[in-house]
Design a protein around this ligand. Structure first.
Ligand code: RB5
Length: 145
């Protein structure tokens, strides 16, 4: 799968680990930065990553900041984006099954590397269930536009 990944300084170290993990798992990764742990502004990198999804360049996005909250707020400003902050695998599974989430958000200062990898694997491998959940997703667009 083609995946864009981005982070601020607080998510940088986890981003690097997740990037290696994705490549090991056979995915193609576009890294939009940042490139070190030196302080930057998370909206810059959240927007860059989400734009790769909106342009159709990638199928999924992973964005990481300290808590995951800032990146969630940024990503969910875009129409058609369903960003889910998942700190454990069950949330990642449900975000795909019920919400057809297309952006995974992680908190680099919260989630340990091993759990983050499980979250990522679950997010990428779980399909959308459709049915009544499709109707609900359509309602989000209808009721908020
Ligand atoms: C950076 O210090 C921190 O505020 C940021 O990574 C993020 O957690 C914001 O929501």
């Amino acid at each position: 799968m083609k995946i864009a990944i981005g982070s601020d300084h607080a998510g940088y170290f986890l981003k690097e680990k997740i990037k290696d993990f994705l490549v090991q798992e056979g995915h193609e990764v576009i890294d939009v930065g940042c490139d070190s742990h030196v302080s930057v502004d998370y909206p810059e990198y959240g927007v860059k990553a989400v734009k790769k999804l909106l342009s159709g360049e990638v199928e999924r996005v992973i964005v990481i900041c300290g808590t995951g909250i800032g990146m969630s707020i940024v990503a969910n400003r875009f129409k058609g984006v369903r960003a889910a902050l998942c700190l454990e695998p069950f949330s990642a599974k449900m975000a795909r099954l019920h919400n057809d989430a297309n952006v995974l958000v992680l908190g680099g200062r919260i989630v340990a590397d091993g759990i983050a990898k499980e979250v990522v694997k679950t997010f990428l491998e779980t399909p959308f269930e459709g049915g009544r959940h499709q109707r609900r997703i359509e309602l989000i667009e209808k009721l908020t536009s």
